[in-house]
Design a protein around this ligand. Sequence first.
Ligand code: GA4
Length: 330
Amino acid sequence: PFITIPPSMVALSKPALQHLSKPTTFYVPLIDLSKRDPKTQLVKACEEFGFFKVINHGVPVEIISELESQAFKFFSLPLPDKEKAGPPDPFGYGSKKIGPNGDVGWVEYLLLTTNTESGYQKFKSIFGEAAERFRCVVNEYLIAVKKMACEILEMLADGLKIQQRNAFSKLLMDEESDSVFRVNHYPPCPESQESNGRSLIGFGEHTDPQIISVLRSNNTSGLQISLEDGNWISIPPDQTSFFINVGDSLQVMTNGRFKSVRHRVVANSSKSRLSMIYFGGPPLTEKIAPLASLMKGEDSLYREFTWFEYKKSFYKSRLADNRLGLFEKI
Ligand code: GA4
């Protein structure tokens, strides 16, 4: 899968350079997990973009589609009902408002922790019986997705020649792993809502703070990633695949070798987009620092911090902020 962007579209973000810029061709790195040893490809994708697509992932389609239909069922309830499952402080139902610091988007969502009951309790009060079924499907889905994420992290550690193959994956496997599950629903955005002919933002640009994020969406477009030259690239949706991105913590653990990719979602004018994302994070007490074996005499680009400190700090930030900036050594 590739996208060729004509110069006129590149110019959207840089009007002054329109006649100078060459079309950008971007190939979404494609990783086939059924092939023998994709570790070199995986490392390359994490170094170049911090983003790739995974096929033959082993997550059963039945689980994915049941979760999708349960989620659509929830989002089709009347707003006052859904609001009974809110606010997302940090877990629960949210609409338009994202995070605690004034960010907004054309989106409604459910945020849940992956290893405790919080979030579900509120959800139960309105979804009734269906909440139990939903919880089961979410659990089955998370088990499968976490397994895939850990396999990928182990191949990455291997590809980086880290002795301890589970150096990254053990953080997700830990009982105390601070991971999050998010289901986003982007309703179709009527053109009347667009500002100056530009599509409305569904979810504003940001990087994910955790180690790794695993995203699955239905076949509605919207996801874009930012390349280092500042161009935004639309990622064609593919409901049969997963999209993976490197989070800030993995960028730090690899001392900047892997890139935590900036991404966003633009609203679609005709179709609903539904995405579900597992954010694999470390335990709160975990020290986030470059792995010694990756340093080979170089200095750490970051001062050491715990995931708890990072979390405290990122909840004070706006979505688009460069959250790692505060932890970079000068
Ligand atoms: C971005 C990644 C995940 O969706 C999330 C988001 C979180 C939230 O929605 O509560 C944050 C955002 C995310 C980073 C900065 C803060 C916190 C919204 C926000 C403005 C669940 C996460 O872990 O960090």
